[in-house]
Design a protein around this ligand. Structure first.
Ligand SMILES: Cc1ncc(COP(=O)(O)O)c(C=O)c1O
Length: 549
């Protein structure tokens, strides 16, 4: 029954048509339960010997009828949720870990509802497959004459090519892709490489993630574009700040807010900056998984772990000229042509900017994720997420006691399917803890690494900020202002959003929690009392606090 390819990998698909799984006892856990669907066995023989058989089971959608029971291996799970109104995933997007069951306080296991995609996305199956295929060929990059090194180098450079294509910036047009760890590293690298003078000015906005605030503070003066109470600003607000004093050396702006999902009008903003001769850096960490990258910005950065490639890779993209002179951000092996004890001749970019052995697995995953998003298509991605955005924002606004932060999501989809909200009278940390412990729903709470923006959206004045500062300085994070954030991705279904809305209604209007929750003042997080499986004292994760930004 198991076939192997010449490399020893098993890649067999089994169609299962309502036959007892005893036939497949080696590949699925639910012995003697009827199954319908497909089993994909994808593991390597050598690993099989070590770990036993590893398989993926994809249940076939079963039309209503006399087939019983309908759910394959849900030994302890509650009844299977109703068929989603929206397709769970856009065509072609299969995600690793979809449908995982997680323990809840009532001792049930529920399908995990991942509404924290703005933090990190799960891996696309295509990405996991690509990594599995590449792993046997893993070797040093740009450092070996052996066949495996050559293969690994090619794979690494192919990922760079994917980034050029994905960003619409060809190497032949003078662009360079620097592969790095993530957006934060990319921005720090750019801040260093622009070689700004201390009195140079970088214009940025109060909407930014800390990653696009803090690196600029080290190298230049900053001028700010403020936002209104709804968390947005217009093109005019930007031009006023660009024109308000010494001409800035750079405009550093986000492509999409990680808090509200708002999309600033980047095309027009770039035009205005360029008319004034000001280059633009776009923090595309949130935009890249959801929209084709805009052509206007001079520099771009984004992270693989937010676009379905959770293997620690990202990219900084910009004009090659920026990186052909001056010291690279990191000094070390691979970045040089010649070194003597008192001399160094740096090599050409991009290698000049990538000292040290690179994360080739991460790059391969990152490249495949970008290719796969292009294959799925931006129209399809946007169609899926626009419906979720409307459902999420309108659903939240319809619940008494919920206040959604940021602009009212227009049906023209100028907002990503991301929403930050507060619940009247309930600490944001408690809302997030209850959604997780009682409903299996994963969200984030806190300030989302965007303190200035969140404080504005919440309307926390100077006195509130002073209180928060004093509390943090004495090591108490329990009262830091914050909100809850729900964020969708390719694997999110309308059923997931409905489940969130229903759970919130239950938390707000359904009476007291089933157990007491205790807040840890050091982390700010809440934890349920008792020893339910997955929620006992030994399960308490060390420092999983969302309060830090
Ligand atoms: C808008 C934005 N910029 C930058 C970052 C930082 O990304 P990373 O943690 O991958 O460096 C994030 C992460 O949440 C983000 O949302």
């Amino acid at each position: 029954m198991l076939a192997t390819d010449p490399a020893g990998r098993i890649r067999t698909e089994f169609g299962i048509g309502n036959r007892p799984s005893a036939h497949f006892a080696r590949v699925v856990r639910a012995v003697a339960q009827p199954l319908q669907g497909t089993v994909y066995v994808i593991e390597h023989l050598r690993r099989l010997r070590q770990f036993g058989l590893i398989a993926l089971f994809h249940q076939r959608r079963v039309p209503p009828g006399p087939v019983t029971p309908p759910y394959p291996y849900a030994v302890t799970s509650p009844p299977r949720p109703a068929e989603p109104a929206e397709p769970a995933e856009p065509a072609g997007a299969r995600l690793v870990g979809a449908g995982l069951l997680v323990p809840c306080l009532d001792t049930s296991e529920r399908p995990y509802r991942d509404l924290d995609c703005a933090a990190s996305t799960p891996a696309l199956q295509a990405v996991a497959d690509k990594v599995a295929d590449f792993l046997p060929w893993y070797s040093s990059v740009h450092r070996g004459a052996g066949y495996k090194s050559r293969t690994a180098t090619t794979a690494y450079e192919n990922a760079r090519e994917s980034a050029h294509r994905f960003a619409g910036r060809a190497a032949e047009d003078g662009n360079v892709v620097i592969l790095c760890r993530n957006t934060t590293e990319a921005i720090n690298q750019l801040a260093y490489r622009l070689r700004l003078e201390p009195d140079d000015v970088v214009v940025s906005t109060v909407v930014e993630h800390h990653a696009n605030l803090l690196p600029w503070a080290r190298v230049a003066q900053r001028r700010w574009v403020e936002c209104g109470p709804d968390g947005t600003f217009g093109v005019d607000d930007v031009t006023k700040v660009l024109d308000a004093g010494r001409p800035p050396a750079l405009l550093a702006i986000t492509g999409a807010s990680n808090v509200t999902g708002w999309l600033p009008p980047i095309d027009q903003i770039c035009e205005e900056a360029h008319v004034r001769g000001i280059p633009v850096f776009l923090d595309a960490a949130q935009l890249a998984p959801h929209r084709r990258l805009p052509p206007g910005p001079d520099y771009l950065a984004f992270s693989g772990h937010k676009l379905y490639a959770p293997y620690g890779s990202g990219a900084l993209i910009g004009p090659r000229d920026t990186f052909t002179t001056g010291d690279p951000f990191l000094a070390g092996g691979g970045a040089v042509d010649l070194v003597d004890l008192d001399e160094v001749i740096w090599t050409e970019p991009p290698e000049r900017e990538e000292a040290g052995s690179p994360n080739v697995i991460g790059a391969v995953a990152f490249g495949e994720a970008m290719d796969e998003l292009e294959r799925i298509g931006w129209e399809e991605i946007q169609r899926h997420e626009a419906a979720l955005s409307v459902q999420l924002h309108e659903g939240l606004r319809s619940i008494d006691g919920v206040r959604v932060l940021g602009p009212v999501a227009a049906r023209d989809t100028t907002t990503l399917s991301v929403a930050a909200f507060t619940v009247e009278g309930i600490h944001h940390g408690l809302v997030a803890a209850r959604l997780s412990a009682e409903f299996g729903i994963g969200v984030r709470h806190g300030c989302f690494c965007a303190h200035p923006y969140l404080l504005r959206l919440l309307g926390v004045g100077p006195a509130g900020v002073a209180d928060a500062r004093a509390a943090v300085l004495r090591g108490d994070r329990s009262t830091i202002p914050g909100a809850v954030r729900a964020s969708c991705g390719l694997g999110t279904s309308s059923d997931d959003v409905d489940a969130l809305l229903a759970a919130l209604r239950a938390v707000i209007h359904g009476g007291p929690a089933p157990v007491a929750y205790e807040q840890d003042n050091v982390t700010g997080d809440f934890w349920p009392a008792g020893q339910a499986r997955g929620w006992g004292d030994s399960d308490r994760p060390a420092g999983a606090a969302c309060a830090r930004g």
